[in-house]
Design a protein around this ligand. Structure first.
Ligand code: CTP
Length: 413
């Protein structure tokens, strides 16, 4: 029994969760099974870091255990019989329950074949020593750490270490995961692991676009993704994902600036910056390789199409209506990224003027008001509305009265 661990469990897990874990353990022992906390939460408990992503493993039947727990304790249970997993939810708390399993990899890149196994089997299939630990929650063994690969020692040494020589071949997502943990925790790849990572970096080709994109999104959700990208470039990882994808000093600088802006859709802006030095053809190939879905794909396309027209914004004293016409219709994230990426102060200024002001400019008069002034519906009315918008943007009119006066003048001409 590890008293430190019991202390950490009690410190970091709230009353409700602890009570549920005890209830789960009781049910498991009635079934002659043992229940464990595994993976990231164990790592983070040992590090004294908060982690609300609770993963439980039972040597037995996770679905049955979750259902019984739901019945006895109240709570919503969603089961996935194909994977032998269940999600338990009650109020604001949730955890995942899985049946301990062993895995065999038939060939790189495809999901492994799984069959029920012991907790040791379950830990053997995991990515890194620091993620391959479990805490026994059952009866007298409550609080006992199961650490077959020296994860606790690697936490002290601050090392990311794979469990066996074929790890990156079996699952190339581990290449990206390793770099994510390295930066997040301030750890280092263990020397042998780094050597194998460099050796197996081409295995990234075996990953589907969706899986690579998912991993890239997880990287972009980290606090300082540019550091991970920089490291990925240094290790030859990025060019395996996409040949011209870069994590160079330009990206480092632009990502930092992007964060200073506290934009609501930072991830989209990161994607836009990553693609902003691509040609349109490269942009399309990048979207295709990573199977980037609609909204972000549009922002990438906007970024590249906008880039081609940005020089116009360097014209001195450009009327506001011309800035508006050039930028109207582009996604705001692409415009933000265009401003971050541009090295011209005038272009940046005009993009910011559009984002902060021009895009919100509307004439006071609308179609109905124009009809009340005597115009009939039709193309002429549309033209006048358009001309009014330009006059407003260029500050030729500044009030409703001035707009009416202008319209009357046009009508009398
Ligand atoms: N895991 C693995 N190999 C993978 C993905 C996951 O071995 N390719 C295992 C690890 O033991 C990991 C656990 O599954 O700890 C849960 O995965 P995930 O939720 O992705 O990671 P966490 O460690 O919980 O990390 P995070 O803090 O990023 O959620």
């Amino acid at each position: 029994m590890n008293h430190d661990l019991i202390y950490q469990l009690e410190q970091h897990l709230c009353e409700d969760v602890l009570q549920l874990l005890h209830a789960g353990t009781e049910i498991a022992s009635e079934q002659g099974q043992s229940l464990y906390l595994v993976g990231g939460v164990v790592r983070d408990l040992l590090l004294g870091r908060a982690n609300f992503d609770l993963d439980l493993v039972v040597e037995g039947d996770a679905i049955k255990l979750a259902s019984l727990l739901g019945q006895r304790e109240g709570g919503e249970v969603v089961v996935h019989p194909r994977f032998g997993t269940a999600k338990f939810r009650r109020g604001g708390l949730a955890f995942d329950l899985a049946t301990a399993r062993a895995e065999t990899y038939s060939r790189p890149g495809v999901l492994p074949a799984v069959h029920p196994g012991s907790i040791e089997d379950d830990l053997r299939r995991r990515d890194f020593t620091i993620n391959a630990m479990a805490i026994n929650l059952s009866g007298d063994s409550f609080g006992k750490l199961i650490d077959p690969y020296g994860g606790e020692s690697d936490l002290k040494l601050k090392l990311i270490r794979i469990l066996h020589q074929r790890s990156f071949i079996d699952d190339a997502t581990r290449i990206l995961r390793a770099l994510r943990y390295e930066m997040r925790l301030g750890f280092q790849l263990e020397a042998g692991t780094e050597e194998l990572l460099r050796r197996d970096v081409a295995m990234l080709h075996t990953m589907t676009g969706e899986r690579i994109r998912h991993e890239l999104e997880l990287i972009l959700a980290e606090e300082r993704p540019e550091k991970i990208l920089h490291r990925a470039e240094e290790l030859g990882v990025l060019k395996e994902i996409y040949p011209t994808l870069s994590g160079d000093s330009w990206i480092m600088e632009k990502f930092e600036q992007a964060r200073l802006g506290s934009y609501p859709s930072l991830r989209a802006i990161y994607f836009s910056l990553l693609a902003s030095r691509f040609s349109p053809q490269e942009g399309e190939a990048f979207i295709e390789r990573l199977k980037i879905p609609g909204a972000i794909a549009r922002i990438i396309r906007d970024t590249l199409s906008l880039k081609a027209g940005l020089r116009i914004l360097e014209t001195p004293k450009l009327p506001h209506s011309a800035i508006y016409r050039l930028l109207h219709g582009y996604s705001s994230q692409a415009i933000v990224a265009g401003a971050l990426a541009s090295d011209s102060a005038l272009i940046r200024q005009n993009l910011e003027l559009y984002l902060n002001k021009l895009r919100y400019v509307k004439p006071s008069l609308n179609g109905r008001a124009l009809q009340q002034m005597g115009l009939s519906p039709g193309p002429r009315l549309g033209e006048i509305l358009h001309a009014l918008e330009e006059a407003r943007l260029d500050q030729k009119v500044k009030s409703k009265d001035q707009e009416e006066e202008l319209v009357r003048r046009w009508l009398s001409e």
